[in-house]
Design a protein around this ligand. Sequence first.
Ligand code: TXA
Ligand code: MG
Length: 349
Amino acid sequence: MSDMRTEVVDATSIEEAGTQYGAKIIRDGGLVAFPTETVYGLGANGLNPEAVSSIFEAKGRPSDNPLIMHISKKSEIRQLWDSVPSVANVLMDTFWPGPLTLIYKRSRIVPNAVTAGLDTVAVRLPANVTARALIRKAGVPIAAPSANLSGKPSPTTAQHVLEDMEGRIPLIIDGGPCKYGVESTVLSLIGTPTILRPGAVTWEMLSSLIGEVRISDAVLSPLKENETAASPGMKYKHYAPDAEVVVISGSPEKAAARINELYVSAELEGKNPEIAGTKQTKHFYQGKKFVILGDREKPETLCRNLFSYLRALDQYSDLILAEGISPDQAGLAYMNRLLRSAGFHVEYV
Ligand code: TXA
Ligand code: MG
């Protein structure tokens, strides 16, 4: 498996070739990494249990963590769910194609390998045109997790995918950097609609459309011992870089002051700290090592840069001091990923 040659093909050329090559690999039971508007996915024929199993093998992913089925037309959901509740139709009409994954009762044709034996299945219709062309040409739903090795940040460029998957898969379709940079919002429609994983489709957008929407406790806090995860993905250690990450939450001024304190004492201890700051606070950090992840008032800018930053930072720092922001709008998705990368090590000032 590790001496397979991995080809990287430009999305535009594969588009010209009719996405035939990638679609053929999928139909033949192989794996293809492809761009979506959230993160890169690692796809296989979602109706072929052996092909699906090879996804888990390539990623080193625990087999009890279910996958999302990607479709190219709304109507394809009818073959994957045992029925389509009316709330799902409202959500699909508003947010599809786009970064929203919906979970409901599975139909018989969905293999256990996809759902990890659960009686529900997650489905998403991506907005990215290359992703949709690939699914359409393959002619089957594509089961796809994020295209990273298990435990690494999700890939937001083809280069990230290559770092993790070289020699493990035959093809990566390069569609450039992903628009959102964090994975889709995962919403369960079993009982009261519940956000299992926040993303670019926010709680505010969902609840203004359909009324009551819960947010799973696991979104902003660690699971307690013996607690079962509503979404199996939540129980795994995620996005944790080798460097220690500490989150400091509070007003820009207070957070920056505390970060500067921690920075100075870390240096005195012989550590190599770096600050993950924002547009609003950059002037507080002059003379220190810092990066600007985005704008606190536009949390989607922070989301877009977080994973590529987490991938890069281990090369030059052993302690990251990151600003926390309020978990509103896309800030919820940001804090969900950031707190996980910090092992929930957060200080409120
Ligand atoms: O944006 C995305 O969603 C990307 C792109 C490639 O589409 N995919 C992605 O897949 O992030 P993955 O496998 O990395 O994350 C899927 C999450 C996991 O936390 C998994 O546990 C949860 O969705 N999940 C999938 N099926 C589920 C189900 N039936 N019930 C509860 N959680 C489910
Ligand atoms: Mg993932």
